[in-house]
Ligand binder design. Structure first.
Ligand code: FES
Length: 107
């Protein structure tokens, strides 16, 4: 299964092996990754699971849907390039090597 790395604002990195979790958010929650409270549990209702995807990975992920984009914009006023809700990123083998930055704040 894929290895996904979460990078904190201070540069601290945690590489996690995904198991059978349905989404990247579930991988982060299982490992108690800091800065990702994911308060709604993946219901697309909280925007506390934001991550920044590196430019070279953006096109390799399923694109954000309109509801995801609206949730981000409603929360922080814009949708920065690469900004995603990690509860909307399904875990697949293709994610192996993905590095995600956790923003300093979740809104
Ligand atoms: S966990 Fe709430 S929107 Fe992703």
């Amino acid at each position: 299964m894929p290895s996904i790395t979460f990078v904190q604002p201070d540069g601290t990195r945690r590489a996690l092996e995904a198991g059978d979790e349905p989404t990247v958010m579930h991988v982060a929650i299982r490992a108690d990754v800091a800065g990702l409270p994911a308060e709604c549990g993946g219901q697309l209702a909280c925007a506390t699971c934001m991550v920044d995807v590196p430019e070279d990975w953006v096109a390799r992920l399923p694109p954000a849907g309109p509801d995801e984009r609206d949730m981000i914009e409603d929360t922080i006023g814009s949708v920065p390039a690469g900004r995603r809700l990690c509860c909307q990123i399904p875990v697949t083998p293709a994610l192996d090597g993905l590095v995600l930055r956790v923003p300093a704040t979740q809104g």
